[in-house]
Ligand binder design. Structure first.
Ligand code: ZN
Ligand code: ZN
Length: 553
């Protein structure tokens, strides 16, 4: 179907994170979001996980625009890597705060010349065979925008992340009127957020969190340390407001907390009364009961400010009994363990912890089931492709679509790399293009099938054994006793008999090679590897990383 509109998800389906969608029509492309995901504990030494950009390689000239729904990392975090890999597009659109946050991020990546452009909600621009319009929605970061992509086949609406907050902190609820008009104009397809498709009812309003924070703070006698997402500007503002009412000073701690507050206050989206903010190094100058600290680290991130405090390793803040740490966030799936560890260390120090289980001090930024149904009923799409969720939530979202009357055959439960092709006569999944991942290891991009990661896993499970052997160049005979170095391999280091037997195995392997006239070092090392690995597996049931080093003299 060459006349069809292709919607190709490169990330975000069957997982929580790295949201990215490629919309293609008449060989022209609009990319919606380019998010990242944080690695799971098995991805040893991997810093970030990105969508696989392969499909876009060599096609920078076909990209009419990149459109960003909002400034969260799972929507914009892969952008610097994408731009470096495929080159600069003509334009990158987003809301005002999104553009501000992304500009600062790209500057850090030395990509200062990116064509970031604020597109006000409701303004329609054309981009090749597409029109682009942003629709204001509410979420846990200001300036959240859904994306209406128009073609002569019809319009597709990408919700991005949303909830229907009737009393948002900035007084700007979702543009329900525009959503309803999309429905009455006849919407071709909807790609909607599935995050909370398992939660009953309606998400609590962000503005319900402020009074709960005030109540929690009122009961504290000592210092208060609040942690939340640095990008949740309205939450940070509500913490500041509660602190001011209780005559406490506020210190912002953690790089992203300070950076995002600065960006938001420069855009007049956040403010603190004169004299409220103090520097982290001034905290000790004020009595405990006069201080609120707002810190990064709500997800237990290893190098975050809160994690450092919990480990007694923060430059400016030493936690002590009498302090109360308030978690105004819940762990993103996958982060529960790191968060629990952080909480327990805080208790070990003697401080107290308040979480969203104790008091209503957090509200999700994603709509629950009734809100997902409301989005479907307002926009009344012909086709639905749930996105932004694991397979369970995508299924639940599909069931919600059916429950509001969308026929089964018009609901598409997709996965990364599988394009939905919508033509004048219908819609169907096309041919899979591969929706893998790219790892970021330090600053390098790496293939997940790379041997490095497998080696790291092997070493972490069973350790490493290095065998150094010296042979004569002319006949392959052993000229010195082989040297064995074992690290992290249970009992190999301590058992002299085992080490002797292993040395014998090494010698046998080398003698066999010499006897049969094998002189190729790679072959000799390969045989040596197999002999040593086989021996260790037979004796210890372990599979350490075996590194043979054969030196010719
Ligand atoms: Zn979000
Ligand atoms: Zn998201």
């Amino acid at each position: 179907m060459s006349d069809s509109l292709r919607l190709l998800p490169l990330g975000g389906l069957g997982e929580i994170g790295k949201n990215m969608m490629v919309a293609e029509y008449r060989d022209r492309i609009v990319v919606i979001d380019a998010g990242l995901m944080f690695p799971t504990p098995e991805m040893l030494g991997i810093d970030l996980v990105l969508p696989d950009f392969e499909y876009l390689r060599g096609r920078a000239k076909d990209i009419e625009a990149i459109v960003l729904t909002h400034g969260h990392e799972d929507h914009v975090g892969a952008l610097p890597y994408l731009l470096r890999e495929i080159g600069m597009p003509k334009v990158i659109y987003g809301g005002l705060l999104t553009v501000g946050m992304v500009r600062s991020k790209l500057d850090e990546h030395k990509l200062g010349g990116a064509p970031l452009t604020e597109l006000p909600a409701g303004e329609v621009v054309s981009a090749g065979p597409f029109t682009i319009e942003l629709v204001h929605l509410s979420h846990s970061i200001p300036d959240m925008r859904g994306v209406v992509l128009g073609t002569d086949l019809g319009k597709v609406f990408f919700t991005g992340d949303y909830k229907f907050d009737q009393t948002p902190v900035d007084g700007r609820p979702a543009d329900v009127a525009r959503l309803a008009r999309l429905g009455s104009e006849g919407l071709l397809a909807l790609c909607g957020d599935s995050t909370n498709a398992d939660r009953l009812g309606v998400a609590p309003s962000e503005s319900s969190v402020g009074p709960a924070l005030y109540d929690a703070f009122s009961a504290c006698e000592g210092r208060i340390i609040v942690t939340s997402f640095a990008s949740n500007i309205h939450r940070v503002q509500q913490v500041i407001d509660a602190a001011v009412r209780l005559d406490r000073k506020v210190a912002l701690v953690g790089r992203s907390m300070r950076k995002n507050f600065n960006i938001a206050s420069n855009l007049s989206m956040a403010n603190a009364p004169e004299g409220t903010l103090i520097q982290p190094r001034e905290i000790e100058d004020f009595p405990d009961e006069r201080v609120v600290v707002i810190s990064t680290g709500s997800q237990g991130e290893p190098f975050s400010a809160l994690r450092r405090m919990a480990n007694n390793d923060h430059r400016d803040i030493e936690l002590h009994s009498g302090d109360t740490v308030v978690f105004s966030a819940t762990p993103v799936p996958g982060n529960e363990r790191a968060v629990n560890e952080t909480i327990d260390r805080i208790y070990e120090i003697g401080a107290t912890v308040i979480t969203a289980k104790d008091r209503p001090i957090h509200a999700s930024g994603h709509g629950s089931r009734e809100e997902i149904k409301m989005m479907l009923n307002l926009t009344r799409p012909k086709y639905v492709m749930p996105v932004h969720g694991d397979f369970q939530r995508i299924r639940l979202h599909a069931e919600l679509a059916r429950s509001v009357g969308i026929p089964d055959e018009n609901i598409f439960r997709g996965r990364n790399g599988l394009p939905l092709e919508i033509g004048p006569d219908g819609a169907a999944f096309g041919e899979e293009v591969g929706g893998g991942v790219i790892f970021v290891d330090g600053v390098e991009l790496a293939d997940p099938n790379d041997a490095t990661l497998r080696d790291r896993r092997t070493i972490s499970d069973d350790g490493i054994v290095i065998v150094v052997a010296t042979i004569a160049a002319e006949n392959g005979e052993i000229v010195a006793d082989p040297e064995l170095i074992a690290r992290g391999t249970i009992s190999l280091g301590e058992d002299p008999d085992l080490l002797d037997d292993l040395a014998d195995t090494v010698e046998e392997s080398l003698e066999k090679a010499a006897g049969s006239g094998v002189r190729d070092l790679d072959l000799i090392q390969g045989d040596l590897h197999d002999a040593v690995a086989g021996f260790i597996h037979r004796k210890l049931r372990a599979r350490p990383l075996v590194v043979p080093v054969v030196v010719e003299v």
